[in-house]
Ligand binder design. Structure first.
Ligand SMILES: Cc1cc2nc3c(=O)[nH]c(=O)nc-3n(C[C@H](O)[C@H](O)[C@H](O)COP(=O)(O)OP(=O)(O)OC[C@H]3O[C@@H](n4cnc5c(N)ncnc54)[C@H](O)[C@@H]3O)c2cc1C
Length: 506
């Protein structure tokens, strides 16, 4: 079989790119490859908060890449109101309900106050700068929340334009739109890329069934599994992909009412925050854990799930403890080494990327789809590419120094300890814990053999990784032009224990 465009992956990203491209150029032959139950799909597990300003932190304005990420989230926020209607039209349905919830209440709990005060300030400042409605809320007067004693919110704000959709319903709408537009679906897995004899271009994909699909262009949108498909690209060309494992659950209220709109904590170091999303009637989505791993995940960790449940009950509403569990979700977020997405053309002809979206890919999907559709239909002038900073062949984006990264890792260690109930007597301070965190962060960088500033949760992944995972990252870093010579790329060195993932991630 031959297609003009083969999209690898049938999650929110792959399907959104397929639909947007087919809408722009109905003559293109587009095929989406992906197994039907979508094993490990982040899109299926997502709370699907459509958050832009609620994601802002004190660091959002610090670096061009962080600013471009914010611009991408803003573009997506502009596109979402019309997106369900466009999907319905493509599917030739009168409407496709996507379970939209309007409004987001951001609450800062007492335990996270140290880390979160600056974040709340940053959200307010960004909203003011961009004229976004953002209302201060009296944290002691939120009638529908009954936080546990000592965990009451100390600050709150309301963003009326931000909210959520039901991810499972959006996927159904995307499936229907793709089929309405004549996109070919291939229920199979891609095992490898087919390259030209000179190995300078990608010309198709090989499938697990043994078939080969020839393609004018291949778009990699296989989520966290994209990592396996890029292992054989030339060394140093594209950064490795990590697994941002996340657990969430759907529940039904037995006591009290479901939240009327999204309730979430601000983005804190190493994760996005706890969130409760209304799913209609008495149903709620409670999420989510965020445990980033370099190695193949073996399943959700009990201690991290325990922290998620305890956090929702204590920081949001004690009545949640009585809710009936209806469904568990477990998905793998696609996380790059530098935590920024991989978007656009790779340095190899015929190969494009739409992945690495980490914690907010569901929200960004319509904007990423527009960007990719522009490239695939060649009506987007390259010189005006606002997302060039996310080009797949870039060196890892470093938004801080190696010392700053160690400091952030120490902050994450302290936050995890505080959230899990650590209380020290007045004559001890937290410095020994912070010092242990800094030491472990430096050991992780030594294991990689290259002085690189990585986000705290990525350092956490390195600290837990086995020798093969470390060797893979070290090999990439030393082969990419960013890499200083690797001094200890053998994966040797002590494996760390602090901290094993946050209970909170979008
Ligand atoms: C618990 C959780 C909560 C989240 N909450 C939010 C949120 O509130 N808001 C938000 O915006 N984002 C959220 N995210 C992140 C968001 O889900 C992701 O960024 C986004 O959905 C990624 O979509 P994707 O299509 O790239 O990947 P996936 O959804 O993972 O899709 C990849 C697809 O590719 C298929 N595939 C894998 N390997 C192959 C192969 N070899 N060949 C063919 N197909 C293959 C898989 O089966 C899968 O269906 C959350 C994620 C998790 C896990």
């Amino acid at each position: 079989m031959t297609a003009d465009v083969v999209i690898v992956g049938n999650g929110a990203l792959g399907l959104s790119v397929a639909v947007e491209t087919a809408l722009r150029d109905p003559a293109l032959r587009i095929a989406v490859v992906g197994p039907e139950p979508r094993p490990g799909s982040a899109s299926v597990a997502a709370g699907a908060m459509l958050n832009c300003f609620a994601e802002v932190t004190e660091r959002t304005g610090d670096h061009p890449a962080s600013r471009a990420k914010f611009a991408l989230a803003r573009e997506a926020a502009r596109l979402w109101p019309d997106w369900p209607a466009r999907l319905a039209e493509a599917a030739r349905h009168a409407a496709m309900p996507v379970g939209r919830a309007r409004g987001t209440l951001v609450v800062l709990g007492a335990r996270s106050a140290g880390d979160g005060v600056g974040g709340m300030r940053a959200i307010r400042a960004a909203a003011e700068e961009h004229g976004e409605p953002c209302e201060d809320v009296d944290p002691y007067g939120i009638g529908f929340l009954e936080a546990a004693a000592g965990d009451q919110p100390v600050d709150a704000l309301y963003l009326e334009n931000e909210g959520a959709v039901d991810a499972r319903r959006v996927l159904a709408a995307l499936d229907a739109a793709a089929s309405g537009l004549g996109v070919t679906r291939v229920a199979d897995e891609v095992t490898s890329l087919v390259t030209s004899s000179a190995e300078d271009a990608v010309t198709g994909v090989r499938l697990a069934s043994g078939t080969t699909l020839a393609a004018g262009a291949v778009v990699l949108a296989a989520g966290a599994a994209t990592g396996r498909l890029i292992e054989r690209l030339p060394p140093g060309m594209v950064q490795p992909m990590l697994n941002g494992t996340g657990v969430a659950l759907e529940t039904e209220r037995v006591r009290g009412e479901a939240v009327p709109y999204v309730v979430r904590t601000p983005t804190l170091v190493g994760g996005c925050g706890l969130h409760a999303v209304p799913l209609g009637e008495k149903a709620e989505y409670l999420g989510a854990t965020n445990h980033v791993l370099l190695d193949a995940p073996t399943g959700p960790r009990l201690g991290i799930v325990q922290a998620l449940l305890a956090g929702c009950v204590a920081q949001f509403d004690r009545n949640i403890a009585f809710s009936a569990v209806r469904r568990w979700h477990y998905g793998l977020r696609p996380v790059t080494l530098d935590t920024f997405p991989l978007l656009g053309r790779a340095p190899m002809r015929g190969l494009l990327f739409a992945t690495g979206t980490y914690r907010d890919g569901f929200h960004s999907a319509p904007a990423i789809a527009r960007h990719l559709a522009g490239l695939l239909t060649e009506d987007a002038p390259a010189e005006s590419d606002p997302y060039a900073v996310f080009a797949p062949g870039r060196e890892p984006i470093q938004t801080m120094t190696v010392d700053d990264a160690a400091e952030r890792f120490a902050e994450m260690a302290l936050l995890v300890a505080t959230e899990r109930g650590m209380k020290l007597p007045y004559f001890l301070d937290t410095e020994p814990i912070a010092a242990a965190g800094r030491r472990l962060a430096r050991e992780c960088v030594e294991r990689l053999g290259v002085p690189v500033a990585l986000a705290p949760e990525i350092l956490g992944a390195v600290s837990e990784a086995g020798a093969d995972g470390v060797r893979q990252v070290a090999g990439y870093l030393s082969a990419s032009s960013s890499g200083a010579p690797a001094s200890r790329a053998d994966g040797a060195g002590r494996k760390g224990v602090l901290p094993a993932g946050r209970a909170h991630g979008g």
